[in-house]
Design a protein around this ligand. Structure first.
Ligand code: C2E
Ligand code: MG
Ligand code: MG
Length: 558
């Protein structure tokens, strides 16, 4: 480590401040889920003409001892204001800046007034400034510092606890003060082995339990980031992303194509989402921090409950997070990863996701936890969704998926078999049609005695003959149009409704034409898309309605 004479620091400090040798360097803080910059920490650097670049470790303790530290800290704040305004003038997106304060700052002066005066001078709002304080500051005079913090909070500043875990009484400090963010320094962990991982998980878990946001600093490796993401640590800072930079370098850095800054209007959105406890066995219920039960088994492993954070923006969905349990469940439904689901939703007609879309809409509208059963690719699953945060144009859903296990599935199949005749009994006639192959695959059921010869013919022939033999003459043309499956497909896509339904008079066994409800339902099974052709009898009142439509509003029909 560099060594420097204490006296050199003291003799040259004022001059260095005045000549601008001491300046703020900026290190970005990254939102874990989006990898966007959500704030920046200002760190003091002394570029001495004789001694070269001096680390804060060399001069901060000296300045504290000589009761000069407040001068440095206020000077760094002026630097921040200067940079903030430069960014504002250049039209760059603005984000908050963190400033480090020393405990001795508070002994020297009324820090809140001093800071507020500088902000006023530069027209910078207090919400643009985060105050970082190390826990050692607060060890003694609890009541005194609590008052100070309250006054900073009231004035609109956020307070970060710096270097959590480095001191001796972190837990007391957490109990006694209300912080907004806990900064956990990765460098206090000698490695990222199992023990460190357990400690980190516990700290993040505990922070969420008491409603404090988490930030890991000193992040240097991809491995660390992957782990921090898994446990739900909200923000990251460290050499992996960037070293502290001079103000000029930082402004250049912001202009780079792959760097993006979080929209200030969305910060609250991301903060709310950050409160979800990824490790909890019941992640849906931990969004409000007050009534969250601390489960000590949950801190040691990932949640057994599948959990994803799904952002919905118009017709687009984006998975911002998915834990291992979620990915495993998704595989059972036939997708290898969440990217495949996003692609499917983007590329397939919306009707395919009809039930899912309805569930999502219901979640957004009610804000309640919605649970529904679905069926896809031969798998039944229950999907749970809850809207946890929203902005003007997008929503974040917490989602969980649970496929039915084989034992339950078998049971379910038996039940289906047992009751399926009741379901089928509500229809008069059902056939399955493969329009691409121009054939009727099978007749599932018919209780109105319709001739079975149709199923042996090509589809295009069958529908014409069916119209000829089974449909009232006046309605034949409409029926032929109704069973034009190219038309049906287009209609379904446009209306986003997988059911096409019209009334027709269909002949019964006695040769009498009875008014019935005829439906074509679009569906997909593992070997491609199919249509169900269904005839159903109508209740007398439905018959009345249908007759009225057919006579008075016939333009509503095809
Ligand atoms: P800190 O507030 O915990 O700042 C983080 C320190 O970690 C910074 O060191 C930063 O350069 C360094 N760092 C960031 N990412 C990484 C990484 O990935 N790996 C490693 N090995 N280091 C990383 P720096 O700038 O030397 O500051 C040291 C400490 O000095 C700060 O710790 C803070 O407590 C204090 N300090 C810095 N500037 C000021 C200031 O303006 N006022 C006051 N009062 N204290 C300051
Ligand atoms: Mg700091
Ligand atoms: Mg720190």
């Amino acid at each position: 480590m560099q060594h420097i004479d204490e006296q050199y620091i003291i003799d040259n400090f004022d001059d260095a401040l005045e000549k601008g040798y001491i300046r703020a360097y900026y290190q970005p803080v990254i939102r874990t889920l989006t990898e966007q910059i959500c704030s920046v920490e200002a760190l003091a650097r002394w570029q001495d003409p004789q001694m070269g670049l001096l680390s804060p470790y060399l001069f901060i303790s000296v300045l504290e001892k000589r009761r000069l530290i407040h001068k440095l800290d206020l000077m760094i704040l002026e630097n921040i204001c200067y940079t903030y305004n430069e960014m504002r003038e250049k039209g760059l997106p603005l984000h908050p800046f963190s400033i480090n304060l020393s405990r001795l700052d508070f002994n020297e002066m009324d820090m809140l007034t001093a800071i507020s005066d500088i902000l006023k001078k530069y027209n910078v709002p207090p919400t643009a400034i985060h105050i970082e304080i190390t826990e050692s500051v607060m060890l003694d005079n609890t009541a005194y510092f609590r008052r100070i913090f309250d006054s900073f909070h009231e004035a609109g500043f956020a307070i970060f606890m710096d270097d959590f875990g480095s001191g001796y009484s972190s837990l007391n400090v957490l109990k006694d003060y209300s912080f907004d963010v806990l900064k956990i320094d990765m460098r206090f962990l000698s490695d990222i082995g199992m023990r460190s991982k357990k400690i980190l998980s516990s700290v993040v878990n505990m922070a969420k339990a008491i409603g404090i946001h988490t930030l890991a600093e000193g992040v240097e490796t991809k491995e660390q980031i992957t782990f921090l993401r898994t446990i739900g640590c909200e923000m990251l800072q460290g050499y992996y992303y960037s070293k502290p930079m001079s103000s000029e370098m930082y402004i250049e850095y912001l202009a780079k194509a792959d760097i993006s800054v979080e929209n200030r209007n969305e910060s609250e959105y991301w903060d709310t989402i950050g409160q979800v406890n990824f490790l909890s066995p019941d992640p849906f219920n931990v969004i409000s921090s007050d009534d969250f039960p601390i489960d000590d088994t949950s801190v040691l492993r990932e949640s057994p409950t599948s959990l994803a954070l799904v952002e919905v923006c118009g017709n687009k969905v984006k998975f911002q997070y998915a834990n291992r349990a979620y990915l495993e469940e998704v595989k059972k439904v036939g997708y290898n990863n969440t990217g495949e689901i996003e692609a499917a939703i983007a590329n397939m007609p919306k009707v395919y996701f009809q039930n899912m879309s309805e569930q999502i809409e219901q979640s957004l509208k009610t804000g309640k936890l919605i649970k529904k059963d679905h069926y896809a690719n031969n798998v039944y699953f229950t999907y749970s969704t809850k809207c946890i945060a929203k902005t003007e144009n997008k929503y974040m859903l917490a989602a969980s998926i649970k496929s039915f296990d084989p034992t339950r599935n078998a049971n379910r199949e038996q039940l289906f078999e047992k009751y399926s005749h009741v379901l089928i009994d509500t229809y008069d006639h059902i056939t399955v049609i493969d329009h691409a192959k121009n054939r009727i695959i099978t007749r599932l059921y018919s209780k109105i005695g319709i001739n079975s010869e149709y199923i042996t013919m090509p589809l295009d022939k069958a529908r014409l003959l069916f119209a000829q033999n089974e449909v009232l003459e006046d309605e034949r043309e409409r029926f032929i149009k109704f069973t034009d499956f190219d038309f049906v497909k287009k209609h379904i896509e446009i209306t986003e409704n997988p059911i096409l339904q019209e009334p027709f008079h269909i002949r019964n066994q006695d040769g009498e034409f009875i008014l019935r409800d005829v439906r074509i339902i679009w569906t997909t099974v593992e070997d491609g898309e199919k249509f169900l052709f269904i005839i159903q009898s109508m209740s007398p009142s439905a018959c009345e309605m249908a007759k009225k439509v057919m006579t008075e509003y016939s333009d509503l029909l095809l």
